[in-house]
Design a protein around this ligand. Structure first.
Ligand code: GUN
Length: 291
């Protein structure tokens, strides 16, 4: 069994991003910028946003967080997003999810300019991913693909079972795997007999937030396990969706959780923001040469 070390790879990616930020600053004086919209007091969301901000600082990005109260109106958030769409210092916009119930999340995600949609949640980018065209890809599944690539794990022709069908993780994960020529099944809350599917899987990608959902009897020998779940036990310990201790004994490769996919998500946010900044820097340079 080999561990897929997301912490180590994310550090490597951060160094590469920081290097490119320096070059960008030297060549055109551009500093990549990320704006985060955080609504309410959810401690998990606040913790994630804080980690994202620290990562931005480490690589030399400009970052700004728009902290908004739980009771804020739809119109006020829309106004902020429109302002960020027009702000030339902002290359990427991220709306931390989930949002309060009175907020129309879809409408907000659709308001983000697709070229600043570093989360890859805008239907424009969702469609580009579905048709295997370049665009912004959601950070968590993109991080999983990078992790597999780093360890030379090829998904082509493999039976890949994705457990969870969210717009943030499961669906884009399945799309990326399909684009990489895997055979893909998506299981979800209404799947009966999950075990029937997982037992047939060469690789399992699970991100639903259910502790010990995947147990040793549900996997075949030498399976590759990607644990995208993060939950806190009653004792306060962070764990994934997989019974790591027992499933790891049957796995060829497995991600720890925490320390596997989580750090990769943040690394991909940096990478997506850099990608957006490079496009903007090029547009700026083209404009200057045309003057
Ligand atoms: N909430 C949970 N995961 C994510 C994510 O990847 N992006 C955003 N914006 N919100 C999240």
């Amino acid at each position: 069994m080999q561990l897929l070390d997301g912490r180590a790879l994310s550090k490597k990616i951060e160094i590469q991003v920081a290097d490119e930020v320096k070059k960008l600053k030297d060549t055109c004086g551009c500093t990549p910028g990320l704006a985060v919209v955080l609504v309410g007091q959810d401690p998990a969301s606040a913790a994630y946003v804080n980690m994202k901000k620290k990562a931005c600082d480490r690589v030399g990005f400009y970052s700004i967080t728009h902290d908004m109260p739980q009771s804020i109106s739809q119109e006020a958030i829309e106004k902020t997003i429109t302002m960020l769409n027009n702000d030339t210092n902002v290359d990427g916009i991220l709306i931390q999810l989930p949002l309060p119930e009175h907020i129309d999340t879809t409408k907000l995600l659709e308001l983000v300019a697709p070229e600043k949609d570093v989360d890859g949640f805008h239907p424009f980018n969702v469609g580009r991913l579905a048709t295997n065209l370049d665009g912004f890809v959601p950070c968590t599944p993109l991080g999983v693909m990078k992790l597999l690539e780093e360890y030379n794990i090829d998904v082509k022709g493999k039976n890949c079972v994705v457990v969870g069908a969210s717009n943030i993780v499961g669906k884009p994960m399945a799309a990326l795997l399909l684009n990489a020529n895997a055979t893909v099944e998506i299981c979800h809350i209404f799947t009966d007999d999950l075990k029937k599917h997982t037992l047939n899987a060469d690789m399992i990608f699970v991100g639903v937030g259910v502790i010990n959902l995947i147990t040793q009897d549900m996997v075949k020998d030498d399976v590759v396990i990607i644990d995208i779940g993060v939950s806190r036990t009653k004792e306060g310990k962070l764990v994934g969706d997989v019974d790591f201790e027992n499933v790891s004994k049957k796995s060829s490769y497995i991600t720890p959780s925490p320390g596997g996919v989580g750090p990769m998500t943040i690394a991909m946010l940096l990478s997506n923001t850099l990608k957006a900044a490079k496009v903007n820097a090029k547009a700026k340079a083209d404009m200057e040469t045309n003057i």
